[in-house]
Write a protein that binds this ligand. Structure first.
Ligand SMILES: Cc1ncc(COP(=O)(O)O)c(C=O)c1O
Length: 282
């Protein structure tokens, strides 16, 4: 069961169509969000919508609908499908117009809300940890914008799959940035390190939640650049994302991390995170 709203109106999945000249299709001129619903409760929908609003400002995209309206549509779509555990995909593009690079003058956004049941990741991944590979970060310099242009991320994820790994961790000249669809954290001597929230990474909502959990647990956080050497030498590594949640990484490029099992700090953060998924509704 997939529930789709196109430009604010419910449409059958098969009838949910956009123009061949939609700028999302032709230029990747659009933004997206993925929001998780647990037990019918939205997990920080407001934060996702706030990031979408910021992204729209960054790419000079006038949202011709209100965030309240978008929020209402998200809620309706989840209720329509009677979903308990769902992923809500939101996409907004600059709309359809005859193809030219300049922004069209009188075009309205195309916006889509698509909800389907969330596929939980295998429990053993969380219990035993998974592996990752490292790849050069070949993306543009504005990775804080959640643009639908994801080709480098897709290539990286495909490389991970071919290598039998769960995720591909990006590095820019040896500095670890993030991963193909998640943020990266390492733990060394009980301190948590992650790349600063600047233009080289997506400011992940889950990343933010992890920082809040770390504060609550009294774990010291260092938001500074760290290198591949530090990654390999870490006691613990994990990645975070809306669908990934908090995933322990126990092997990178074939090298065992720490003891080769999810570490203590990672596990305590995972536990707190799980509790939040059982209560948060905003
Ligand atoms: C490149 C990248 N980094 C990080 C994330 C995690 O962001 P969030 O926690 O908001 O899902 C994602 C999620 O799609 C991503 O694509």
């Amino acid at each position: 069961m997939t529930v789709v709203y196109l430009n604010g109106k419910r449409v059958d999945y098969g009838d949910a169509k956009v123009s061949v000249e939609d700028r999302g299709f032709q230029f990747g001129d659009g933004l997206y969000e993925v929001v998780r619903v647990y037990g019918g409760r939205f997990f920080y929908l407001d934060r996702h919508l706030e990031r979408l609003k910021k992204g729209a400002r960054e790419i000079y995209l006038d949202l011709d609908f209100g965030l309240d309206e978008l929020k209402e549509v998200c809620r309706k779509a989840v209720l329509d499908g009677g979903f308990k555990d769902a992923s809500v995909y939101i996409q907004v593009t600059r709309g359809a117009a005859p193809r030219q690079h300049n922004f069209p003058a009188n075009t309205t956004c195309t916006w889509v809300v698509l909800v389907r049941e969330a596929k939980a990741q295998p429990q053993e991944y969380y219990e035993n940890g998974v592996s990752a590979i490292t790849v050069p970060d070949e993306r543009w310099m504005r990775c804080n914008i959640k643009s639908v242009q994801l080709i480098p991320n897709c290539i990286a994820k495909e490389k991970a799959k071919k290598a039998g790994a769960y995720e591909a961790i990006f590095h820019r000249g040896g500095v670890v940035t993030e991963a193909s669809s998640s943020n990266v954290f390492i733990v060394k001597n009980k301190r948590l390190f992650t790349h600063p929230a600047n233009n080289f990474i997506l400011h992940g909502i889950t990343r933010g939640v992890v920082l809040e959990i770390a504060e609550k647990l009294g774990v010291e956080v260092v938001e500074e650049n760290f290198t591949l050497d530090k990654l390999f030498d870490a006691d613990e590594v994990f990645v975070t994302g809306t669908m990934t949640e908090i995933m322990p990484i126990v092997k990178v490029d074939g090298k065992i991390i720490g003891d080769g099992v999810p570490g203590e700090v990672t596990r305590s953060i995972m536990k707190e995170f799980r509790e939040l998924t059982e209560t948060v509704d905003q």
